[in-house]
Design a protein around this ligand. Structure first.
Ligand SMILES: Nc1ncnc2c1ncn2[C@@H]1O[C@H](COP(=O)(O)OP(=O)(O)OP(=O)(O)O)[C@@H](O)[C@H]1O
Ligand SMILES: [Mg+2]
Length: 1003
């Protein structure tokens, strides 16, 4: 390489979090030297040493952070990252050893022949870099993190003349180097042994792709059109119509892999394959890729003498072409081999020599092509040196009538002149489709298949770039989350950001906003003149870091890749992130107030990241409410629980409790919507909310919370517990003369009275509730999924009327309930009213009249996924079938329904449903089944005191036991129960059954 001094690029204004490769380099034996040498001589030695290190480090665009006596500390990846910083550091380490070994005169007097008197340690990791320490110490830029410490320890452990690197560095440098056996070092400050590697040298020259892909390749995915184009061009070349194809696309898009696939597919045919690899370290070294290819073809060995190399070169050229052998002098010069007069003198001017060299290269290609078609691949032309570029021009021009296909890969940049040629074509590689990315990711993860959502996240974050997909899968396989940036991609991404110069800060601030940001918001966040900002945005767009949207979304900018966005964000110090999020939240509230309503979760995110936990929690509440209103119940649940979590960081006090109260109520409502009314999670939320509302003395919310608790107990059939909530609410209503609370209390009590079998009480309470009901007032917005108490009261009252013996009032009231529910436009209320309407019709034996109501009930519950009432519809269908003679089918419906009730933890109405089933069995003559259903029903009655259908149970039992004396006892008991409950209709039924059985002599 040619170590050129590079100007140090401007350091970023603020410290950043970055992946950094750190090199410690130390002069060996300096303590002994200090005893042997005069201080002034020692000073001269150290200065020469430091100068060598400085030049080599600069050659690889590293950064010398500090000279410490006889040591040097250097960074690779700061102030500007390169995709291959780890490799650069190792190259520099090897370069330093070599430079010191061959220094003339030797650095130390007694050095000759021995190893270079230097120890080098290299390590990579996440650091905070950029703080300037020390008074006026402009060079001492500190890197804080593990990497510098580990590099220092490895340096101390390295033998003289050796480079020792950390495992992480080795992983990043991949196959580019060769190593001695692994070292397991005991290092101060480390528990257990630390894996490290001594570097022996660079790997044999291959393409960069091969060096970085030593293992098996991911099986080929997609890109059939592109491959077909290359194959067609190759067939053309075979027929004498050669040419050149430029394969372009961003890093990792699959250019090299495409070429590799081409080679694989044409593998069977005889050909010459020539590989020319451009290098980022040699963009100014004339003909570098061509020189390397020659060295490789001639099999030069490391450390081999010039004479032996010249022999090899002569042999290579003579073998390929006697004519070319004449140009050996030119090639020898190219490879810096002295010819000692063995070859004709070279032209005297450099220009002439160059022309002759390029012609000789063309000659070599022609010679090769004369025997077999040639596939010439030039990799990474974005790093090509000017002379190679000139040579490529020449070769491309002449390829038209030769059996030669030249394939050039490039990440883009300047357009080569030869693109104008008729024999030139371009393949511009676009991103893979999501389906292709998924296929690729799935193939990488062959050993441990990915979970579906992990795969989806990887596909989303890879954005169709195969390299990203591969690395993300591997990182996940190594235990990282899909949110982390794989360390193998870190430097590549950071390099793209560092190239932005001043626009990088704009990218970082934009990253704190999110993957998308509006120009207006950016302008508010950055203390920049409009023109400056426009320029920065232009830079972001031209360097393909961000996309500027076409109108009408023109004010929006978005990061081109999720990973670029993440890398920009990850580079911000945590403290700076916090500050930025605060500013963003404030700016959003001011500039985009519509987003407070449309995306409260966004505000919650920024406030949370800014450390404003209370505001963040409140916005989470707003997000939960919005989600509930749109029936996005799972999202609502997530927002509400997240909000409660956020409160963990808020100091105790009334404000926190108020926020928690509202969030736990929302969480309860969301749980109920997701898991059903009987949900235990919902109950836990409401119970917590009750404690909070009472502590805060917040009576309105206490009423709401008790209403929530009531519905949990109600659905589970826990009648006494539900009744207790009703009493509380009714009490609050009386005390405060609060009409709404009174109404709710009466409704709750009335409903409970019905299920407990106090039908007169139920009639009075429900009638009062209906009288106090004002639809708008009682429809709490926040708990949108709440039961509407008016419709619910009317529905229950309808059944109560029938039981009390007023069949007309029953049908009328049921009709009113259905109408009220339609007026409300609330599906749940409608389903409730339809259900009771069917029940009442069924009690009257009017199954035909019930049919339209039942169909509508099934449709509404299915459309709105109202599971409990949907199950109730099954019971009604079963009942209708049984009563109309299709007993077996009806019993199947009931069986489904009873199982579903179990799964929903719903207890209410079990005795009623079981009584219907029992009468089905009775009709089929399957007495044992029927009695078992009756036993289960009585057990349910006893558990929660649900006595409303008790008389019916005794009646059905009587029928099941007939003919027998017990049948009579049961029926008499049924009549007694019904009389005690004033249940005239049930009493009448029991009496009729008794009379019938008596007539049949069955009692
Ligand atoms: N079509 C494909 N099928 C399977 N794997 C692919 C495909 N394309 C790319 N890959 C894999 O994605 C990774 C990146 O591809 P590759 O190295 O060819 O990209 P590149 O465009 O040459 O990048 P760079 O500009 O860095 O050279 C490689 O591991 C490669 O094997
Ligand atoms: Mg490549």
């Amino acid at each position: 390489m040619d170590p050129r001094a590079h100007p140090t690029p401007a350091a970023p204004a603020l410290p950043e979090r970055r992946q950094l490769t750190v090199m410690f380099c130390d002069l060996a034996g300096s303590t002994a030297l200090s005893r042997q040498l005069d201080p002034e001589d020692l000073r001269a030695v150290i200065r020469r040493f430091q100068e060598v290190v400085r030049v080599v480090v600069a050659g690889y665009e590293g950064f010398v952070s500090q000279y410490m006596g006889d040591g040097v500390l250097a960074y690779f990846g700061y102030p500007v990252a390169h995709e291959d910083d780890a490799a650069r550091a190792i190259h520099a380490g090897l370069g330093i050893v070599e430079a010191i070994r061959t220094l003339e005169p030797p650095l130390l007097p007694e050095q000759s022949g021995g190893p270079a008197p230097v120890h080098i340690g290299i390590s990579t990791g996440l650091v905070v870099v950029g703080d300037r320490f020390g008074v006026g110490a402009s060079h001492e830029i500190a890197a804080i993190g593990e990497a510098p410490n580990l590099a220092a320890r490895l340096q101390a452990a390295a033998e003289t003349g050796c480079v020792v690197i950390a495992e992480r560095t080795r992983q990043l440098a991949a196959g580019r180097f060769e190593y001695a056996a692994p070292m397991h070092l005991e290092l101060k400050g480390y528990v257990g042994r630390v894996l490290a590697w001594q570097v022996l040298g660079t790997s044999r020259q291959r393409s960069r792709f091969e060096l970085t892909h030593p293992g098996e390749l991911t099986p080929w995915v997609g890109r059939e059109t592109e491959l077909e184009h290359l194959l067609a061009r190759w067939r053309g070349a075979g027929a004498g119509q050669g040419g050149v194809v430029l394969v372009t696309g961003e890093a990792g898009i699959g250019k090299s892999r495409l070429v590799k696939e081409l080679v694989r597919r044409i593998g069977g045919t005889p050909l010459h394959r020539l590989l020319y690899q451009c290098s980022p370290y040699h963009t100014h070294s004339a003909l570098h890729p061509f020189i390397r290819q020659l060295e490789n073809a001639a099999h030069f060995a490391p450390g081999e003498s010039a004479a032996s190399r010249l022999d090899k070169l002569e042999a290579l050229l003579a073998a390929s072409s006697p004519a070319l052998a004449q140009a050996t002098g030119l090639f020898a010069e190219l490879l810096s081999l002295p010819t000692e007069g063995r070859h004709p003198a070279l032209p005297s001017t450099p220009q002439q020599r160059k022309v002759r060299t390029l012609e000789a290269m063309l000659g070599r290609l022609q010679e090769l092509a004369a025997s077999r078609p040639v596939l010439m691949v030039l990799e990474d032309a974005h790093w090509i040196d000017p002379t190679s570029s000139e040579l490529l021009d020449l070769l491309a021009t002449r390829a038209a009538d030769m059996p030669v296909l030249i394939v050039v890969t490039s990440r883009g940049g300047t357009e080569p002149a030869w693109l104008e040629l008729p024999q030139a074509s371009v393949l511009s590689l676009e991103r893979l489709t999501p389906a292709e990315s998924a296929e690729l990711a799935g193939r990488v993860a062959t050993r441990s298949p990915l979970a579906e959502d992990t795969l989806a996240q990887i596909v989303a974050r890879a954005d169709g770039v195969p390299l990203f997909a591969e690395e993300l899968v591997q990182a996940v396989g190594a235990g990282l989350s899909t949110r982390d940036i794989p360390s193998t991609l870190h430097d590549l991404l950071m390099a793209r950001l560092d190239r932005l110069g001043a626009a990088k800060e704009v990218a970082q601030v934009a990253a704190a906003v999110g993957r998308e940001v509006s120009r207006q918001l950016l302008a508010a966040l950055l203390p920049m003149a409009q023109r400056e900002l426009d320029e920065a945005i232009e830079t972001l767009a031209t360097s393909a870091v961000m996309l500027t949207a076409a109108p009408p979304a023109a004010p929006l900018l978005s990061f081109r890749h999720a990973l670029l966005h993440d890398a920009a964000y990850a580079s911000l110090l945590l403290s700076r992130r916090r500050e930025l999020h605060g500013t963003i939240a404030e700016a959003l509230e001011r500039l985009e107030p519509e987003r407070l309503r449309s995306e409260p979760e966004l505000l919650s995110h920024h406030h949370a990241q800014a450390g404003h936990a209370l505001q963040a929690a409140r916005y989470s509440g707003a997000a939960a409410l919005r989600a509930l209103e749109r029936s996005a119940n799972l999202e609502a649940l997530r927002h509400a629980t997240h909000g409660v979590d956020l409160l963990g960081a808020v100091a105790e006090g009334a404000e926190r409790e108020r926020a928690e109260l509202s969030l736990t109520m929302l969480a309860g409502a969301a749980h109920r919507a997701v898991h059903g009314f009987a949900s235990h999670e919902a109950e836990r939320c409401f119970a917590r909310a009750l404690v909070l509302s009472e502590r805060l003395g917040d009576v309105p919310s206490a009423v709401d919370v008790r209403r929530g608790l009531f519905s949990c107990h109600y659905a589970r059939g826990e009648l006494a517990l539900a009744r207790a909530q009703g009493r509380h609410v009714a009490g609050i209503g009386e005390q405060r003369s609060d009409r709404a609370a009174r109404m709710l209390g009466q409704w709750m009590l009335g409903v409970m009275s019905m299920w407990q079998g106090d039908f007169r009480g139920a009639r009075d309470e429900l009638a009062l509730a209906i009288e106090l009901y004002v639809p708008d007032e009682h429809r709490s917005k926040m708990l949108a999924a709440q039961i509407d108490p008016g419709v619910n009261a009317m529905s229950h009252l309808a059944w109560v009327h029938w039981i009390l013996g007023d069949a007309e009032a029953a049908v009328q009231t049921a009709g009113r309930a259905v109408q009220a529910a339609r007026d409300l436009g609330q599906p749940f209320a409608l389903a409730m009213a339809l259900f009771f309407g069917c029940v009442v019709r069924g009690c009257r034996g009017e199954f035909e009249a019930a049919q339209p109501l039942l169909s509508e009930l099934s449709a509404v519950t299915a459309e709105h996924r109202l599971s409990f009432l949907g199950t109730c519809a099954h019971v009604l269908r079963g009942q209708a079938l049984i009563e109309t003679g299709a007993c077996e089918e009806g019993l199947r419906e009931l069986d489904v329904a009873l199982q579903e009730f179990g799964a929903q933890e719903a207890g209410l109405g079990r005795p009623w449903a079981l009584a219907i089933a029992a009468s089905g069995w009775q009709r089929l003559g399957m007495r044992e089944h029927g009695l078992r259903a009756i036993d289960a029903a009585f057990a349910a009655v006893e558990r929660h005191g649900e006595r409303h259908w008790e008389a019916e149970l005794w009646r059905v039992k009587g029928e099941l036991l007939a003919p027998s004396p017990q049948a009579r006892a049961c029926l008499q008991h049924a009549i007694e129960v019904a009389q005690r409950q004033s249940a005239r209709s049930l009493e009448q039924r029991a009496s009729e059954t008794l009379a019938r059985l008596h007539e049949q002599g069955a009692t």
